[in-house]
Design a protein around this ligand. Structure first.
Ligand SMILES: [Zn+2]
Length: 127
């Protein structure tokens, strides 16, 4: 099995921890939604860009924000276990570009397509 460099893993750990924080904050603000402006809790411009993206993602996912948070936490667990970047379904290494785009993804693109087309069950969502 290919070993990812420590730099690679550290970079993704940072991404995942940032995402975890954003999700937790977004879920808290979702609870408060309607009572305050959605921009109240933005801290800086960089944060703003990421949060806007995150809000859009959460909007698209609706109530799946919680399951995404579970995926982020699971990815952090895999980082600690040393299995981060391996597809949970087939065990192949997930492409680096895909990890860059969706660091918490548990599946390679081939398996993701099979899941989305219903050819295989999604073990994460089913759990
Ligand atoms: Zn796979």
């Amino acid at each position: 099995m290919t070993t990812r460099s420590p730099e690679f893993l550290r970079r993704f750990e940072e991404k995942l921890r940032a995402q975890q924080l954003l999700l937790e904050r977004s879920m808290i603000s979702a609870v408060k939604e309607g009572r305050q402006s959605s921009t109240d809790d933005l801290q800086d411009a960089a944060d703003h860009a990421v949060q806007s993206y995150q809000k859009e993602l959460l909007f698209l996912q609706g109530t799946q924000g919680h399951s995404q948070l579970a995926q982020v936490r699971a990815a952090l667990d895999r980082l600690e276990e040393g299995t981060f970047g391996e597809c949970l379904q087939c065990g192949e290494m997930i492409g680096e570009k895909r990890l860059e785009a969706v660091p918490w993804t548990p599946h390679c693109i081939a398996c993701q397509e099979k899941i989305e087309s219903g050819q295989i069950a999604d073990p994460v969502r089913a759990a």
